[in-house]
Design a protein around this ligand. Structure first.
Ligand code: 5GP
Ligand code: ZN
Length: 111
């Protein structure tokens, strides 16, 4: 989608530090990490948020998250998965994405 920063990353118009890619999914390191490991996982098909997501897309994303957790060796110590939806959640990029946060004991405060 035009003017979508994550679509530009998918199309390689904007560089990113890719950690995982398959036919449907791209995952890359967040430019402004909130934890020692901070990865953003997105579907290659543009959709605004979980409100537009179909269950196949959600399933595919979580399969990728599972693989990435093992690849990054954060599966044993643990990690957090977050998706922001809309204004009150502070969603800044209007392309569905899931944050993987890991690498240290995460702050318990989530709101
Ligand atoms: P949101 O706040 O919408 O849930 O998360 C958007 C995330 O995308 C933020 O954590 C932000 O740092 C990240 N981000 C925004 N633009 C870029 C970019 O051009 N490259 C990368 N790697 N991350 C980005
Ligand atoms: Zn997009």
């Amino acid at each position: 989608m035009e003017d979508c920063i994550f679509c530009k990353i998918i199309n390689r118009e904007i560089p990113s530090d890719t950690v995982y890619e398959d036919e449907n999914i791209l995952a890359f390191r967040d430019i402004n990490p909130q934890a020692p490991i901070h990865i953003v996982v997105i579907p290659k098909k543009h959709m605004t948020s979980v409100l537009e997501a179909d269950k196949e897309t959600i399933g595919t994303i979580f399969e990728a998250i599972n693989k990435i957790a093992k690849q990054e060796k954060i599966d044993e110590k643990g990690f957090r998965v977050i998706t922001n939806c809309g204004e009150n959640a502070g969603q800044t990029v209007k392309h569905l994405h899931f944050h993987i946060l890991a690498g240290s004991k995460l702050n318990e405060k989530i709101c």
